[in-house]
Ligand binder design. Structure first.
Ligand code: TXA
Ligand code: MG
Length: 318
């Protein structure tokens, strides 16, 4: 198993020759030197990730980003100024410093400044940017604690920097330009409304394909091991009772069903809290006895749209 700790210098030392788990406000990342193709290859190997799915490069400041890009379109710069450090990733034309492997050979790479004090200090300590996908095996639920990382990748990495539970809980929102128009390619921890408040209209293109310009949007993703059905639980439950389902509900328990098989995303009816809890609730559901998971959509406002998107991708799709 990996060592878990909060020693920034130790993490920085391991990063000189390997990859480590790092905390961010969205989810935990599996980090390696973004400028070293060997470390980038290590990330793909440990995560069992296909090479056509490019990585996000993390930096501590816009100054550190400068040498890595060849242009910063004003519309995207406005978003960076408003939301960095934070749960926003921008697709920007990359300089030759970024190895092809990090961005699957695309002309743009994905960049963000994460909002977590330990990781910002770590980025200062290493002096190089960190490529980091979410620290889960490809296709599984993203980790929001150091323990989640250790459970799944602990055999393959020496160290997880423990920064406590990720407080946003959903991966960053990915924005780039398409035909000159600002476009969201992945819904995430920064809501559409927050983006619109800064730059006005924004297109949303989150189609489900293996097209690498549709980031992280492979049709099936974020999946627990048990089959998950997204449905109206109250009307569908009887149909599935024989399979002893585990229920994931937004804010209210169901009366005539065992309480130990029900998990609430937010007892306080808070969408933000539901986002924070989502991935640990999916992991918890996977561990409880029962053949299937039934989940209901949450109210589609603010981060609710991104939560429902994740639930849909986690669900069994026909
Ligand atoms: O919140 C997050 O974004 C977390 C934390 C660790 O920062 N990271 C994360 O990384 O979610 P990952 O690798 O699980 O998802 C990044 C997505 C990928 O699915 C990839 O398709 C997309 O970003 N992406 C990366 N570079 C891209 C590029 N140059 N063009 C289009 N999509 C890109
Ligand atoms: Mg991921």
């Amino acid at each position: 198993m990996a060592e878990i700790g909060n020693d920034i210098q130790k993490a920085a030392d391991f990063l000189l020759s390997g990859v480590v788990g790092i905390p961010t406000e969205t989810v935990y990342g599996l980090a390696g030197n973004a400028l070293d193709a060997n470390r980038v290859a290590d990330i793909f190997r440990v995560k069992k990730r296909p090479f056509f799915d490019p990585l996000i490069v993390h930096v501590h400041s816009q100054e550190a980003l400068d040498p890595l890009i060849t242009d910063f379109p004003p519309m995207l710069k406005k978003l960076a100024d408003a939301f960095w450090p934070g749960p926003l990733t921008l697709l920007l034309p990359r300089s030759e410093k970024i190895p092809d492997l990090a961005c699957s050979g695309l002309s743009e790479a994905a960049f963000r400044i994460p909002n977590h004090p330990l990781t910002l200090q770590l980025l200062q300590a290493t002096g190089f940017p960190l490529a980091a996908p979410s620290a889960n095996p490809f296709g599984y639920v993203s980790p929001t604690t150091a323990q989640h990382v250790n459970e799944q990748l602990g055999q393959d990495i020496p160290y997880v920097l423990d920064g406590g539970p990720s407080f946003v809980g959903l991966e960053s929102t990915i924005v780039g330009l398409e035909n000159g128009r600002p476009t969201i390619f992945r819904l995430g921890g920064l809501s559409i409304d927050e983006i619109k408040a800064v730059i006005g209209e924004v297109d949303v293109r989150i189609n489900q394909s293996s097209d690498p310009r549709a980031p992280g949007m492979l049709k099936s993703h974020y999946s627990p091991l048990k089959p998950l059905l997204l449905c109206d639980i109250r009307s569908s439950l009887d149909q599935y009772r024989k399979q002893s389902p585990i229920l994931i509900l937004f804010d209210q328990l169901i009366e005539d069903y065992p309480i130990e098989k029900q998990i609430l995303l937010s007892p306080n009816r808070s969408i933000t809290e539901a986002a924070t809890n989502l991935f640990s609730v999916l992991r918890q559901a996977d561990k409880l006895a029962g053949e299937i998971i039934l989940a209901e959509s949450v109210p589609p406002n603010g981060l609710g749209i991104a939560i429902n998107d994740r639930l849909k991708r986690a669900s069994v799709q026909s």
